[in-house]
Design a protein around this ligand. Structure first.
Ligand code: URA
Length: 232
């Protein structure tokens, strides 16, 4: 890797500011001051900027229990961003794997590994996402039987070309449902319940494929282990 790129990946310097730092003789590689931005370095090179050692960060994989009022977006708008809850270097490089609405709580994955993110979200891989859904009105009897059948057959949502993929619905209490989806359309859970005349009052994602939140409290996060990453 070129030295100017190494500097921009390991510090807050842009490529052009990295070149200026090199020109000012602020950078040493293996004990020698280097000014040429095209100098090749590798992960074993000892690179120092203003006397501080720099190291490349590898790809990161994080699970987080999203509280309500936090946004799964790349840019700060009205709400704080989920990645602002994560205390890791270069956290701005982490992207959420899919999205939850601002008012939805629960399991969110973040990574800077685009290919992994794609594998997790690809409908072809059919990783189930389990949601706990609290409804305004009880759902039982014939209406429940119909909803289970409709969700299993796929719902035609407004503005969508295709029906939703088969989804599994069951009730934990008359107003608390468990819904497993194998895809992630915009506001999908809320729109599916609206389509059967129900209103969602609270939505929480409990798991994505084999990953569950475990005892992570709202707002808490942890890095995934290699075994967990490799499951996707
Ligand atoms: N479906 C929704 O309606 N909202 C979410 O946040 C996730 C799935």
């Amino acid at each position: 890797m070129r030295l100017d790129r190494f500097l921009s990946e390991t510090t807050e310097l842009s490529r052009s500011l990295a070149k200026k730092a090199l020109h000012r003789e602020e950078v040493e590689v293996d004990g020698e001051v280097i000014k040429n931005p095209a100098t090749q370095v590798d992960p074993n090179s000892r690179v120092m900027w203003k006397g501080l050692p720099l190291a490349l960060v590898g790809l990161r994989y994080v699970m987080l229990n999203k509280p309500s009022g936090v946004e799964c977006s790349a840019r700060r708008g009205r709400y704080p961003l989920v990645r602002e809850l994560v205390d890791l270097p270069h956290v701005e490089r982490l992207q959420t794997v899919g999205r939850l609405d601002v008012d939805t709580t629960g399991l969110v994955l973040l990574t800077d590994d685009g290919q992994w993110s794609h594998r997790v979200t690809s409908p072809k891989r059919r990783f189930g996402k389990v949601y706990r859904v609290n409804l305004a009105e009880p759902l039982s009897g014939v209406a429940l039987d119909r909803a289970v059948a409709d969700f299993a057959a796929g719902i035609q949502l407004e503005g969508e070309e295709k029906r939703t993929r088969p989804a599994e619905l069951s009730m934990r209490t008359p107003t608390e449902a468990e819904l497993t989806l194998h895809e992630g359309k915009y506001h999908q859970v809320k729109r599916m319940f609206t389509a059967i005349g129900q209103h969602v009052v609270a939505l929480h994602r409990e798991s994505i494929g084999p990953l569950t939140l475990g005892d992570l409290a709202p707002g808490e996060w942890r890095e995934l282990g290699e075994g967990e990453i490799g499951q996707f």
